[in-house]
Design a protein around this ligand. Structure first.
Ligand code: AMP
Length: 448
């Protein structure tokens, strides 16, 4: 046997066992990366209500859910969203795979949904195909209020219809969601940016308008002047905004088809009593839009407060080698809408409080309570519990705080006798009944 030499320290403790040493490991402090956020349990009621309303409205208006991957071939966004857009030039998150493929985290839904429409032969389904989705998107933008690097959108698309009725229906869907959420006074701004026949003339007119002041434009607008003059109207810098406010109106350049289409959309909106503001300078930041473009705002009208953005994209399916197919869609930021609801003081009632609460005492009481808890699950009755608390007082306090109407007490005595105490939490009246009768008794009392 090896003799263990006593050290000075252990010897001085006179035979008392030495304290177990704490394991040593390296510690690091971790924090959220910039521009992302947690959605904490107390926030979830808003999200749950929002998602439920979106699914209900989608069903009512005949939209089917689609889920597209979080990452796709980067060319989908370069070609679809557009090489000259801020999203692709500055904000896209890329992933280089081991096979040297370049993928991108989705910065928006439309290109992925259009890809799925083509890839799954949805042109063979009855047209139009009406799809919706919700989920996270990623843009490496400068984080600020209402602008995140990971955020969530709801997205609705109607693919395969050229009529203005689809543009109006997409707008209507979002307004219905807002009404059901209780969001007050959403304001719609709308414009038409024409098609590949009429927009070139408008672009020429814009270039002429800006030519004299080209040196006064901001760095980005100098690039836009060369690459995508429509986006000059979208700039948020004061000096560029001033120039934009005197620019020619696109509406004066629309071809007959685009003019009639826009007229048709506005007539449908009038018919549906949807108020709108015409904004001749609304162009939206993405390359694929044709004809109708629109935005919906809440109380604030700044660039960080657009709640919904959308429009028609009649060329996108064809751009991805699909058959020429007209389409229209829009997306709304969930975070921004929830923030708007809070600003407008719209409360969401949480309806997840258990009306019944199990209280247990002693080992046997706890064991039987676990079993009883499962019985309630099978009967679809929500019950509260505090299995980790040993005292009846603290458990009753929790039941009271949760607003439970009935407390079911299973102590050592009751567990041995196969009985249970049922306590009315309002009157304090108690009754002991056989354990096997408790589910029916609770059902009876909850019905009253
Ligand atoms: P877009 O896809 O850029 O047309 O945006 C549609 C909607 O998504 C906007 O109106 C916002 O509500 C929301 N949104 C866009 N970008 C962000 C962002 N970085 N953070 C939070 N919400 C956003």
């Amino acid at each position: 046997m090896t003799q263990v030499k006593k050290t000075k320290k252990t010897a001085s403790r006179r035979g008392r066992p030495s304290k177990p040493r704490k394991p040593k490991f390296a510690k690091i402090k971790v924090q959220l990366p910039k521009g992302v956020h947690d959605i904490l349990p107390e926030e979830q009621a808003y999200w749950e209500k929002f998602r439920t309303i979106v699914s209900q409205v989608a069903k009512n208006y005949g939209f089917q859910r689609i889920d597209v991957p979080i990452f796709e071939d980067i060319r989908l966004y370069q070609k679809g969203t557009g090489l000259s857009t801020d999203i692709v030039q500055k904000e896209i998150y890329t992933i280089k795979t081991r096979g040297e493929e370049i993928l991108a985290l989705r910065p928006e839904f439309t290109p992925g949904i259009v890809r799925a429409y083509i890839e799954h032969g949805m042109k063979n389904l009855p047209q139009p195909v009406k799809l919706f989705t919700t989920g996270s998107l990623f843009r490496h933008d400068k984080p600020q209020a209402g602008r995140y690097r990971q955020f969530n959108q709801i997205d609705f698309e109607i693919i395969g219809d050229h009529s203005g009725v689809s543009d109006a229906q997409i707008i209507q869907v979002f307004l219905t969601i807002f009404r059901k959420l209780g969001l007050k006074k959403p304001e719609l701004f709308i414009n038409s940016i024409g098609c590949s026949i009429c927009v070139p003339d408008y672009k020429k007119a814009l270039l002429t308008h800006y030519r004299r002041d080209i040196n006064n434009l901001c760095f980005d607008c100098k690039k836009r002047y060369k690459e995508n003059p429509l986006r000059l109207l979208d700039c948020k810098k004061e000096r560029c905004k001033k120039l934009a406010s005197k620019a020619p109106h696109v509406i004066d350049f629309l071809c007959d088809e685009c003019k009639n289409h826009f007229k048709e959309v506005l007539e449908f909106l009038d018919e549906m009593d949807i108020a709108y503001n015409l904004n001749p300078y609304l162009v939206r930041g993405l390359d694929y839009y044709t004809k109708t473009v629109f935005e919906i705002f809440g109380q604030e009208k700044g660039s960080q407060s657009t709640l919904v953005g959308g429009g028609r994209y009649d060329n996108l399916v064809e751009m991805f080698k699909g058959k020429s197919t007209p389409a229209v869609g829009a997306a709304a930021g969930m975070e921004r809408i929830i923030e708007e609801l809070k600003k407008q003081d719209v409360k969401v009632v949480k309806n997840d409080k258990p009306r019944v609460f199990i209280i247990q005492l002693g080992d046997l009481g706890k064991k039987k309570s676990l079993k009883l808890f499962e019985e309630f699950q099978k009967n679809n009755i929500k019950v509260g519990e505090a299995f980790s608390k040993p005292s009846i007082k603290s458990q009753l306090r929790i039941a009271d705080k949760l607003g439970s109407e009935l407390a079911l007490i299973l102590g050592q005595k009751e567990a041995l006798e196969n009985s249970i105490i049922i306590r009315d939490m309002v009157s304090g009246a108690q009754e002991t009944i056989p354990l096997e009768k408790i589910i029916n008794e609770v059902k009876k009392r909850l019905k009253k």
